[in-house]
Design a protein around this ligand. Structure first.
Ligand SMILES: [Zn+2]
Length: 287
């Protein structure tokens, strides 16, 4: 899928109802880098992807999550299943964009649930299966990837760093002084996953979701990540050529709903600081 090293930026930074055109307000300088490949666009019904593609390159489309809903917790409902209703269904997305967009992405639970639909609706340039935030999802994703590849679909893994941590731990633990231990486990898992995927098929594409937003429920505790830790991540990612890096940037509070003008300045300066670290520590490679 990728012919050069580079990175993408998710449209999640503008919130569910924010205008994707505002992305340049918060990611501008990053989007001007030579390594910028394009946007990973969340396929909300209300976003006109074809129109957006006239302004910015669209490298990937993020489809349904199929979040699980256990117990009555309004917040969890709103952050998962309700959002799924607002995302275009898998078959329509593939029909419309499968051949024109470099990749289509579905979370493991959706990819498993819609396995037949995906196989019947193809072609897809590249299919990414992203690990969902529950224990064992990464392993299930790897199994699915091998099934899809056997069925003739060019499929790879989108390893979401936070989702893996959420599966083996919880938010309270991730945002605690125990984070460095979790980071070590994450780095080991990343390493083992690369090895396992290469054993299956070295042609399998790999992408990494690096969520650096302020919404703790789906973002890494960036303040706790040291230069050495970023370097370690960069080394792990780029031991293999053409691994796609996607920067996610979900915002806390009202920012989850939409990017508001009074938040632009603070979000942009925070993003630029993080972006600088990603570049300096070779997590992102400009080519
Ligand atoms: Zn993700």
């Amino acid at each position: 899928m990728l012919e050069k090293e580079g990175f993408a930026v998710s449209t999640d930074a503008v919130g569910v109802f924010g205008r994707p055109l505002l992305l340049k307000e918060v990611w501008g300088p990053a989007m001007e880098q030579s390594g910028f490949l394009g946007l990973e666009v969340l396929a909300w019904h209300h976003v006109n992807i074809s129109k957006l593609a006239e302004q910015y390159p669209v490298v990937g489309i993020h489809g349904k999550i199929r979040a699980s809903f256990k117990g009555f917790d309004l917040y969890k409902l709103a952050s998962g299943p309700l959002l799924d209703f607002m995302i275009t269904d898998t078959a329509s997305l593939i029909e419309k964009y499968g051949t024109s967009t470099p990749y289509m992405l579905f979370h493991q639970r959706e990819a498993g649930f819609s396995k037949n639909i995906i196989q019947q609706t193809k072609p897809i340039q590249t299919l990414f299966v992203e690990n969902s935030p529950h224990l064992g999802s990464l392993e299930e994703a790897i199994k699915l990837i091998s099934d899809f590849r056997e069925a003739g679909i060019n499929t790879g893994l989108m390893f979401d760093l936070y989702h893996y941590l959420a599966g083996i731990s919880d938010l309270k633990e991730i945002y605690s002084s125990n984070f460095p231990e979790l980071w070590d486990l994450l780095m080991q898992k990343l390493q083992n996953t690369f090895t396992e995927i290469d054993q299956q098929d070295t042609e399998t594409p790999i992408g990494i979701h690096i969520p650096v937003g302020t919404r703790r429920e789906d973002s890494l505790p960036v303040d706790q990540i040291t230069e050495d830790m970023w370097k370690q991540l960069g080394g792990a990612i780029h031991q293999r050529p053409y691994t796609l890096v996607v920067i996610e940037n979900q915002q806390a509070g009202i920012g989850t709903v939409m990017l508001t003008p009074f938040r632009i300045e603070s979000q942009r300066s925070r993003n630029m600081e993080i972006f600088k670290k990603l570049l300096e520590n070779n997590v992102i490679i400009n080519s």
